[in-house]
Design a binder for this molecule. Structure first.
Ligand SMILES: O=C(CO)COP(=O)(O)O
Length: 256
């Protein structure tokens, strides 16, 4: 089995005053201890805070955006293009988060087009998938996740998968305190990995990091990370707190 470097993402969503962001960077992130050979740590502030964070964060913590536009630069009022992200020297975007799908009308097709555009223009992408509670209750989890993955797969060639990290975030577990059990998360992660084996390649399946997101805390991270196909986390609420350091510490390991 390939050894995959683990990954901890902090998705700050639409939170924090600039003062709170500075406090988080100075007092939590710039005091993290981790080995970048074992784990990537990537945080995604609100757009307006990104330049300050990018300037003040200490490597090896990396900075991501939470969304990018479908288009390049130009007459697109209110949008932020991949070119602007690259211009700041940044390499990561979270795309297809369920909140973008749910509140901003991003369909599988829109998400897939954003992923394609971002990858073609040099970004690495944390591509989010996940089912609603009703899907899970109707035993449709795998079908929903497969549909989301199929849309993305249709836009990428095999080499471009190198730039993709998948985040499995069941919508019912996001911000609710209802974390998926390690077994529930592992089951879907295994499904995603076997999807990649069958539909892309064995190589991509073994190399692609699959993150879990949804009410991850310092209390549950240790057990979740030991599941076979969980390669890290995309953390929301707990990434705004000192507890983020404990989650990073839980992932500062080499899994065999
Ligand atoms: O949506 C998430 C990360 O992208 C998860 O959010 P919470 O960790 O707050 O549940």
């Amino acid at each position: 089995m390939a050894i995959r470097r683990l990954f901890v993402g902090g998705n700050w969503k639409c939170n924090n005053t600039l003062a709170q962001t500075k406090d988080l960077v100075n007092n939590v992130l710039n005091k993290l201890h981790f080995d970048p050979a074992k784990v990537d740590v990537v945080v995604a502030p609100v757009f307006l805070h990104v330049p300050w964070v990018a300037e003040h964060i200490q490597k090896p913590v990396q900075v991501s955006v939470q969304n990018t536009s479908l288009t390049g630069t130009g007459a697109y009022t209110g949008e932020i293009s991949v070119a602007h992200v690259k211009d700041l020297g940044l390499n990561w975007a979270i795309l297809g988060h369920s909140e973008r799908r749910q509140y901003y009308g991003e369909t599988n097709e829109v998400v897939a087009n954003k992923v394609k555009y971002a990858v073609e223009n040099g970004l690495d992408v944390i591509a989010c998938v996940g089912e609603h509670l009703a899907d899970r209750e109707a035993n449709q989890t795998n079908q929903v996740v497969e549909g989301q993955l199929e849309a993305i797969r249709g836009k990428l060639n095999e080499a471009q998968w190198e730039k993709i990290v998948i985040a499995y975030e069941p919508v019912w577990a996001i911000g609710t305190g209802k974390v998926a059990t390690p077994a529930q998360a592992q089951e879907v992660h295994e499904f995603i990995r076997s999807y990649l084996t069958q539909k892309v390649s064995q190589n991509v399946s073994q190399k692609t990091r699959i993150l879990y997101g949804g009410s991850v805390t310092e209390k549950n991270a240790g057990e979740l990370i030991h599941q076979k196909d969980i390669d890290g986390f995309l953390v929301g609420g707990a990434s705004l707190k000192p507890a983020f350091a404990d989650i990073v510490a839980a992932c500062n390991i080499v899994k065999h």
